[in-house]
Structure formats: structure tokens, C-alpha cells
Design a protein around this ligand. Structure first.
Ligand code: PLP
Length: 439
């Protein structure tokens, strides 16, 4: 019997013992093509020599120094690297150990910013119904996945929610992108007015929605409109790029695609690519200056802020992505993956939608293509597809989400940026077999 309190206390997990580029290897020697990067984490695959060397070098020199006593060279260098490439207005980085911590920190930064600006009444957060922002209490309260929140609801703060930008389900027939964006903008403004703009602290959104609905990019113009509305009302825009950031969609920050910046941008996953646990909040100059010139101290903190080895790993990961021009490969392989998935599934009775950007691709499964009726959750389709794919040596990320109150199933693909066309073919073949075997 395992003494680990595993995610599932009934599942029997294979033992992962090694990695080889985009493959994970278990104790029996079986190889699994990691077509989801675990949970969109392992963007460089599992055996990158340069990152391994950087980690070894840093551990040998200085593994860790507490951030209330010291700064370190890797922490400073990583912050310089990220700020130099960040969207306009961002000028500092608050380091944490993962995505939920990044979201918690962003929410608290937003709150402290307004307290220090003499607007302590600004406390409301507006989020979207189709969203996932993490599992710690603040992040969980913010996310829109009702199933994840349900049993913890008595512990959670109140968060207001508006519709996501989810064209496949919510854009009406004949409605142009511009009209759809305008409709969503009116809904956000209405929510702001109901709460009183002067009471609203932040609007939070994932530029490309990840875990809740499977790589759903917003339609053109949406992010810009949301940014404009927030600015008009003095509300902070928090972009959660924990899953879609760090090159996953073909640009380093996903919001670059829309030419939009934010006040706070949360990143994690692809930042350290799984070689170390690290996340961060990219912070605007306005927020940093307000706190620096006010109390001078952000009243928050974790033991592993700016962990030296984690920062060294993340810097090496980001340098590898840049030096090897891997974002060009993300765009090319992402296009190829969507093209091959369309060839394989376009006439499939139960594949309702294929969407995404870069190597961040979602496939939505439906009972009926015409009505878009989701499957019954009791079928546990996502669990069966995952298990079939693992049998075939493929890691993919099927999820059963809640689509505006209704259950829905999708498969998320987020393979490493180093894949080539043979890997794309292997993903499509094995995923096709797994889906066919379950439907
Ligand atoms: N935000 C988004 C958009 C995510 O996808 C996730 C994780 O999947 C998180 C936050 C939470 O990150 P973590 O699991 O590292 O705490």
C-alpha cells in the first residue's frame, strides 16, 4: 500500500522513472508521448540538457536563500529577462511557487494597491463563468468551475461572474465578432454598474481559457474591449496566463496576440517547464510605484519566493525557448496539429469543435453535433479517454467541465514546444483510437 495521499486514493498509477524529450518512461520501460505537458507544464520536454546543467550548477553554488534576507543573481536575472519581454507598462516580477499562489498574490496586490490609494471600498472581483484560477481558497473562489467550488463554498469569498468569450457555445448564429464582443462588453459594464464601479477592484480573465473548457481563445477584439472598460472605470485587469502564457500559444505572453497589456499578469507552468516549481506575477509600474511610495511593503509572502534554483531553472528554460526559436515551432506545429485533427475528426459524430492557438488545442466532445448537447457526466467520458490513451502510450488531458451550468467534455492538448510532425501524427493517431474506443 502506498503511503502517499495521492490525487485519487483508488487509482493505481504507473511509476514514472525517466524522461526522453517529449516522452515519459515508466518503471516497466513503457513510453508515453506527453501530449499535454502534464497540465500544460513541460514545454521543453523531460530531458533538456541545458536546463539540467543550470539546475545542477545553481544547487552546487547556492540552492536557496530566504527572500527577506537576500536577493540572488538568478532571481534578478530572471526578472530582468521577463520584464524586458513583457507587455507595455509591466516593470517588476513577484515570484511564487505556482499558479494558485500567483493568482492569490495578484488579488492581494490589487487589494493593497487600492487601500494604499485611499480607495479601500474597492473589494469586488469580477471573473468569468468559464474559468479556472487555481485551488487555494481565493483562487478557487475566483474560478468559475461550479463543481470545483461546490463543497468548499462556505469558505469562499463572493465573486461576481460574467459570461466567458466562448464562440462555439455562446456566439449567436449570424452574430459578427464585433457584435459578440460588444454584447459581452455590455454585460461586463452592467455588472460593474450593479456593484458600483467605485467598489470594483479587478476583472480577471484567461486570454485563452485552459482547464475549464479546453483551449478557448477569445474572439478578436474581446480582450481590448475588456481592457478599455476596466480602464474607463479605474478597475485593474488581471490576466491569468498560468496555463496559456510563456509561449504556449506561440507568443511569449498570450495577450501579445491581442496587442493588449494588463495591470497584473499571472504566469507559472511553462515558466519553469516542470524542471522546478515556480510561478510569478508580472506587475505594472503603477502598482509597484504606489506600494513602494506608500507603505513600501507588500503584506504577503511565502517561504519560497524567488527560490534561487527555481529561478535558475526558469531562466535556462526561457533562454532555451528564445535561443532555439521554439515559438516559431509552436506556431508551425500548432497549425499542423489543428489541421491533422480536423482531417481526422471533421466528420466525427461526437467531435463538436476543434480550437486553440499554438500548441494549446482543445477538442470538445458532444452527444450531437447539431444541438451541441453534452454527454451525461455519469459516463465519466474524460476518465475513460484518459485511461485508454495511457494504455496506448499517450498523455492527453481530458476534462469534464461545466458549460454554463451544464456538463461538457473536452480533451486538452498542450505538447512540448520541441515536437515535430512525427509526434503530431502519433498524437492524432493515438487520440483518435482512444476517443473511438470510448464513444
Ligand atoms: N490559473 C490557471 C489558468 C490554471 O490553468 C491553473 C492550473 O491549471 C492555475 C491557475 C493554478 O495553478 P497551480 O496548479 O500551479 O496552482
Amino acid at each position: 500500500m502506498s503511503h502517499v495521499f495521492h490525487r485519487s486514493l483508488t487509482a493505481a498509477y504507473p511509476v514514472a522513472v525517466g524522461g526522453d524529450g517529449p516522452y515519459l518512461i515508466d518503471a516497466s520501460g513503457k513510453r508515453y508521448l506527453d501530449a499535454c505537458g502534464g497540465a500544460a507544464v513541460s514545454c521543453l520536454g523531460h530531458s533538456d540538457a541545458a536546463v539540467i546543467a543550470a539546475v545542477q550548477q545553481q544547487v552546487g553554488q547556492l540552492a536557496y536563500a530566504h527572500s527577506s534576507f537576500f536577493t540572488t543573481e538568478p532571481m534578478e536575472a530572471l526578472a530582468d529577462f521577463l520584464v524586458a519581454r513583457a507587455p507595455e507598462g509591466i516593470d517588476s516580477v513577484y515570484f511564487v511557487s505556482g499558479g494558485s499562489e500567483a493568482v492569490e498574490s495578484a488579488l492581494k496586490l490589487a487589494r493593497q494597491y487600492f487601500v494604499e490609494r485611499g480607495q479601500p471600498q474597492r473589494r469586488h472581483i469580477i471573473a468569468r463563468r468559464q474559468s479556472y484560477h487555481g485551488n487555494t481558497l481565493g483562487a478557487l473562489a475566483t474560478g468559475g468551475n461550479a463543481w470545483r467550488r461546490q463543497q468548499f463554498a462556505p469558505l469562499l469569498i463572493d465573486v461576481s461572474r460574467v459570461s466567458p468569450c466562448y464562440a462555439y457555445r455562446n456566439q449567436q448564429p449570424g452574430e459578427t465578432d464585433a457584435h459578440y464582443v460588444a454584447r459581452l462588453g455590455r454585460e461586463l459594464e452592467q455588472q460593474i454598474n450593479e456593484l458600483g464601479a467605485e467598489n470594483v477592484m479587478a476583472f480577471i480573465a484567461e486570454p485563452v481559457v485552459g482547464a475549464t473548457s479546453g483551449a478557448v481563445p477569445a474572439v478578436s477584439g474581446y480582450l481590448r474591449q475588456m481592457r478599455d472598460i476596466c480602464q474607463r472605470h479605474g478597475i485593474l485587469l488581471i490576466l491569468d496566463e498560468v496555463m496559456c502564457g510563456m509561449g504556449r500559444t506561440g507568443t511569449l505572453f498570450a495577450c501579445e496576440h491581442d496587442g493588449v497589456t494588463a495591470d497584473l499578469i499571472c504566469i507559472a507552468k511553462g515558466l519553469g517547464a516542470g524542471y522546478q516549481a515556480i510561478g510569478a506575477v508580472m506587475v505594472s509600474a503603477a502598482i509597484r510605484d504606489t506600494i513602494r511610495d506608500g507603505s513600501g511593503f507588500f503584506q504577503h509572502g511565502h517561504t519560497y519566493i524567488g527560490h534561487a534554483t527555481a529561478c535558475a531553472a526558469a531562466l535556462a528554460v526561457q533562454q532555451q525557448i528564445e535561443q532555439r526559436d521554439l515559438l516559431a515551432n509552436v506556431r508551425a506545429m500548432g497549425d499542423l496539429l489543428q489541421q491533422r485533427l480536423r482531417q481526422r475528426f471533421d466528420t466525427h459524430a461526437h467531435v463538436g469543435d476543434i480550437r486553440g492557438r499554438g500548441l494549446f488545442v482543445g477538442i470538445e466532445l458532444v452527444q450531437d453535433r447539431a444541438s451541441k448537447q453534452p454527454f451525461d457526466p455519469a459516463l465519466r467520458l474524460h476518465a475513460r479517454i484518459k485511461s485508454r490513451a495511457m494504455q496506448a502510450g499517450l498523455m492527453c488531458y481530458p476534462m469534464g467541465g461545466t458549460i454554463d451550468g451544464q456538463h461538457g467534455d473536452h480533451v486538452l492538448l498542450a505538447p512540448p514546444y520541441i515536437i515535430d510532425s512525427r509526434h503530431v501524427d502519433e498524437i492524432v493517431d493515438k487520440l483518435g483510437m482512444a476517443i473511438d474506443a470510448c464513444l
